[in-house]
Write a protein that binds this ligand. Sequence first.
Ligand code: ATP
Length: 326
Amino acid sequence: MGAAIEVRDLHKSYGGRAAVGGIDLDVAEGEILAFLGPNGAGKTTTIEILEGYRTRDSGSVSVLGVDPASAPLAWRERIGIVLQESEPVAELTALESVTMHAAYYANPRDPAEVLDVVGLSDSADQRTRKLSGGQKRRLDLALALVGSPSLVFLDEPTTGFDPSARRESWTMIDALRQLGSTVLLTTHYMDEAEHLADRIVVIAGGLIVARGTADELAQQVGASTRITWRPDPGQPAPPSTIGATIADGRASIETDDVVGVLHALTSWAVENGVGLDELNVARPTLEDVYLTLTGGGDEAGPTRSGPEPATGRSRPRDRRASRGSR
Ligand code: ATP
């Protein structure tokens, strides 16, 4: 598999303050990569450089084999962008919106098929102003997909969704995998990253602090699996070799040798006629790991300098506007 994105030693400062302090980033073709980090960590800066909407200070960037800073129009057609917010043209129907958008591309997908992929077929003839928030997000995705992009940037695609709409979106984003698209996803939902992403990259303070699968990240921070149960006060305590601590009426063991410890624990329980009520084996969540990696706080400081539309092209809130004006 080739590389869809290759970034080396990328730097970007605003008013002398580093927002991105020298990062390397690789995304393989067909991969879904989650790019995580606290507010102000440097995600948007990095992604806008990758999209060609922001200039870099130094470093090399290749996106689909091209430097976004000098990319031709044909390159832009191979990229789909779903922003956090956008406002579709209110008077058009969903199908009309997608059809109009398809006309900007040399090799668009069939608009009706795209509406089907994103689960909007039933609302194809609905005016976009009447679509619910979740349906508008689906339309956003349809607009990003209709140009058959090789690479899709998804910026917090499910923020503001109810839990069932989020799950449905996951199915939709999974469908991108089947279509062979590469996806760079930002999200503040750890379960979303865990569910969707092949790999996770965590940025904090403008530097990459971890990368790998959710399990690899857990190993990097040394997070162990926790085995717990509710001991019966009338029963014998487990031998010290098992390494349990008892607090607040629960026994717990932190271990990396889950099978070995469970074997020792259950063997001891069987031999001594001890019940292990509410026995639970929990691996650390991605959220636990993420909070350990990032220290848990926001990074957006008070010193943000004035806005800098560095390329002269601003990343559109509404892609149709940018397409129309290009
Ligand atoms: P969020 O999760 O809140 O979107 P982020 O990880 O995307 O945050 P960035 O928007 O890249 O973070 O911001 C990184 C740093 O650069 C922050 O300190 C921010 O204040 C600063 N910054 C971002 N854009 C500009 C700009 N146009 N002009 C000046 N400073 C900026």
